[in-house]
Write a protein that binds this ligand. Structure first.
Ligand code: PGA
Ligand code: ZN
Length: 387
């Protein structure tokens, strides 16, 4: 049994030097803390990170202190008690960090790993999806850059350590290609520690062709969709919805793309469906489309829009609801991809959540202390399983 005796929170900086929340709890089994990440290319339908502001959320937690200590928490489902008190009063980042800290306390009390509190029978490890080159909103390049946000490496092996090493090695080798092909390449990295470049998406994909892993893209198409058109800058041109479908289809064919995230605007359930119908053996992934939200996922299921969904716990906030979204996806044969955010902390609970909820994929940057902390935690889980 865990009793939360005191809750406090403070602002800390994420990898982008932006403020995010760290929640600390004092319980009958010790003190625990957890922090939330921050997105930049956020979906329009995501839950708000904070109800009014980070500072006001901290105040709400402080003022609710007396209520929390009246409850005994003994299992994952008991997070409901916390939600009954703070739901509607704090934002998704605050709720996620708070519930994560409580899960850590529960794990300690039960002498278990966090993932075991969710699912003691978990066995399957996820495949890694690693961001190696970035454009769009995550890139700091002033001039030309890829319009697509992410270029992803998806090793076939489920051995996490092996996949991690493969991605690191390949990402490092890309430096030489970029030096050779991109006269403006300066060796700098973007928000997720992926390489930045002035090349366009086709030029990047030409380089990635030589990889011996599956290749993916996160188009993050909502970020350049305006007035019913996709506004490309490199090269400058516009595409209608139909032209976008044609363009993405050609890229999938020509580059044998395995993974395609948010290829259309976040309202375009029907275009996703058309693409999935054409390429049922690729992963057509919803992120901004579905925002880890049960209603949005239900719509995507009804319209047959996707066969894979990004799960970002802080797009929702409630881990109980995150679990429901995962269950709904699983029931409908939709692959589950747990994902980091572009602004990250060294928090590792994402790895436990991904394994506990039996994610099919784990999407994360490849290097940088915030990303490596999560990957190392997955490797640790893998090691303990094999013992
Ligand atoms: P984020 O975007 O900046 O909102 O974390 C990452 C993504 O689109 O996958
Ligand atoms: Zn995305």
């Amino acid at each position: 049994m865990v009793v939360v005796k005191e809750v406090s929170a403070k602002a800390i900086f994420d990898s982008r030097r932006e403020k995010t929340i760290l929640v600390k709890i004092k319980t009958n089994v010790g003190s625990f803390s957890a922090s939330a990440p921050n997105g930049k290319s956020k979906g329009k339908y995501e839950a708000k990170s904070y109800m009014h502001s980070l500072e006001k959320d901290i105040d709400v937690l402080k003022k609710s202190n007396d209520y929390f200590s009246q409850d005994e928490i003994d299992k994952f489902e008991d997070l409901r008690r916390i939600e009954d008190i703070v739901e509607g009063h704090v934002g998704a980042n605050t709720l996620f960090a708070f519930e994560s800290a409580v899960l850590k306390a529960l794990a300690k009390e039960k002498k278990m790993q966090v993932w075991q509190v969710l699912n003691p029978g978990a066995k399957k490890l996820p495949r890694l999806v690693g961001n190696c080159i970035g454009g769009g909103k995550h890139s700091h390049v002033e001039g030309k850059k890829p319009d697509f946000q992410e270029f992803l490496l998806v090793p076939k092996t489920k051995k996490i350590k092996e996949a991690f090493e493969m991605n690191k090695k390949f990402k490092k080798s890309l430096e030489l290609d970029l030096k050779e092909k991109d006269s403006e390449f300066d060796g700098k990295k973007n928000d997720e520690d992926a390489w930045q470049t002035s090349l366009n998406e086709k030029e990047v994909l030409d380089i990635l062709k030589r990889a011996r892993v599956d290749i993916g893209i996160d188009v993050a198409a909502s970020s350049f969709y305006k007035r019913k058109k996709y506004l490309y800058e490199n090269p400058v041109l516009t595409r209608t919805e139909e032209e976008q479908l044609f363009y993405i289809s050609n890229l999938i064919k020509n580059y044998d793309l395995f993974y395609i995230e948010d290829p259309f605007n976040e309202e375009s359930f029907d275009s996703f469906a058309k693409l999935l119908k054409k390429f049922p053996s690729s992963l057509i992934v919803g992120d901004d489309l579905t925002v880890t939200n049960e209603k949005r996922l239900n719509k995507a299921i009804e319209e047959k829009s996707i066969n894979a969904i990004i799960i970002k716990p802080n797009q929702n906030g409630s881990l109980l609801k995150v679990k429901k979204v995962c269950e709904l996806a699983k029931k409908n044969n939709i692959k589950i991809i747990f994902s980091h955010r572009s602004g990250e902390t060294t928090e590792t609970i994402l790895a436990d959540l991904a394994f506990g909820f039996q994610a099919d994929f784990f999407k994360c940057g490849i290097t940088g202390k915030e990303r490596e902390a999560k990957l190392k935690r997955l490797i640790e889980i893998e090691k303990k399983l094999n013992r």
